[in-house]
Design a protein around this ligand. Structure first.
Ligand code: NAD
Length: 331
């Protein structure tokens, strides 16, 4: 009976549409863990065949405590919270929800860019504080039309940003050494092969790479020193892709015009209220919420659970698997 069923450990919170998919499968038992604490996960993972996880850390210890584990499925596309080498050693695929939130993140990058260009934070605070009349006619905002946006990382999200920026009349350039120039040019964007040169020309820069040893600090002191003082820098990728200390220094010295920051060094712990980034009125911040919209939450939950079901049914799409080399062992 229940012994023959596969168990899915769901680490919260996910949209009910994903849970409904599990409930429709009589061959599957599922447990929704109310806590993301490492001890809670360790105490409940021993009989799991799949882990469907939102943001909790899936460490080596957790993976090793799950002898029946067949798949880990992430809610979203980032996977720095999962110990991939340990999964790969055990031939366990890590599936990500690749179609889930690219549009939401791209819209968020545009929202931050527009907010910076229109001095959204400053005007909002001043207007609410009664500064309406004083501000009339000061013209602090700028247009984004005819300005150049540099997109770093032309994957699922970067590709969604390009047409949105072009629709606002921007010139778009792209730095991504792993994408064919033809793909970039077909998207009506200019290819940048030298990042240090690219940053000197951009009026706005938005980062859409994963966080890894190569991309950590891809925008750092050296790049900020080359930027024009009117440049806006937006990071909706991962904390650390843009060097946070160098960013604060650049803002303090007015080396750049402003920043949009959705992701912080040190997550999943929230940044503390004394984070220096919170003190600027030309910085807009959000709580790692770029990919989280009502539409994307539903889509992501469905896609994550579908990845689990596909793994059980030997139908996992290799394009969704971070470590596809493990799939050969399943053939
Ligand atoms: P993707 O894998 O489709 O694209 C990443 C792109 O980065 C690829 O084209 C790759 O070639 C490029 N890249 C890798 N190394 C590079 C380098 N050194 N220089 C330039 N480009 C490089 O990923 P995606 O779906 O577009 O997501 C990008 C990142 O956004 C994710 O890794 C994740 O960390 C982040 N993300 C954040 C949120 C959020 O809520 N803030 C939501 C989803 C994703």
């Amino acid at each position: 009976m229940a012994d023959n069923k596969k168990k899915v450990l769901v680490i919260p919170n996910i949209h009910s549409a994903g849970i409904e998919l599990l409930a429709a499968r009589p061959d599957i038992d599922y447990q929704i863990l109310e806590s993301q604490a490492p001890e809670a996960i360790l105490n409940n993972v021993a009989d799991a065949h799949a882990i469907a996880v939102r943001t909790a850390l899936i460490s080596r210890e957790v993976i090793n405590a799950a002898p029946h584990l067949q798949v880990v499925a992430r809610h979203g596309v980032g996977y720095d919270s999962v110990d991939v080498p340990t999964l790969t050693n055990r031939n366990i695929p890590l599936a990500i929800a690749i179609h889930s939130n690219a549009v939401s993140v791209a819209e968020h990058a545009m929202f931050m860019l527009l907010s910076l260009a229109k001095q959204g934070v400053y005007h909002h605070q001043e207007t609410r504080a009664g500064g309406f009349a004083r501000l009339r006619g000061t013209g602090r905002g700028v247009e984004i039309a005819d300005k150049e946006l540099l997109i770093i990382g032309f994957g699922r999200i970067g590709k969604q940003v390009a047409p949105r920026a072009r629709a606002f009349g921007m010139e778009v350039s792209v730095y991504d050494p792993y994408v064919d120039h033809e793909i970039i040019q077909r998207a009506e964007c200019r290819v940048v092969t030298d990042l240090n040169l690219g940053v000197t020309q951009a009026d706005a820069i938005t980062v859409h790479t994963p966080l890894n040893d190569e991309t950590r600090g891809i925008l750092g002191e050296n790049q900020f020193a080359r930027m024009k003082p009117n440049t806006f820098v937006i990071n909706t990728a991962r904390g650390g892709v843009v060097d946070e200390t160098a960013l604060v220094t650049a803002l303090r010295s007015n080396a750049i015009a402003g920043a949009g920051v959705d992701v912080f060094v040190g997550e999943p712990a929230p940044p503390t209220s004394d984070n220096p980034l919170f003190s600027f009125d030309n910085v807009i911040v959000s709580p790692h919420s770029a990919g989280v919209t009502q539409e994307s939450l539903k889509r992501t939950a469905i896609e994550m659970i579908q990845n689990v079901l596909n793994a059980f049914d030997d139908e996992l799409d290799p394009a969704t698997v971070v470590n596809p080399e493990v799939l050969r062992g399943h053939a």
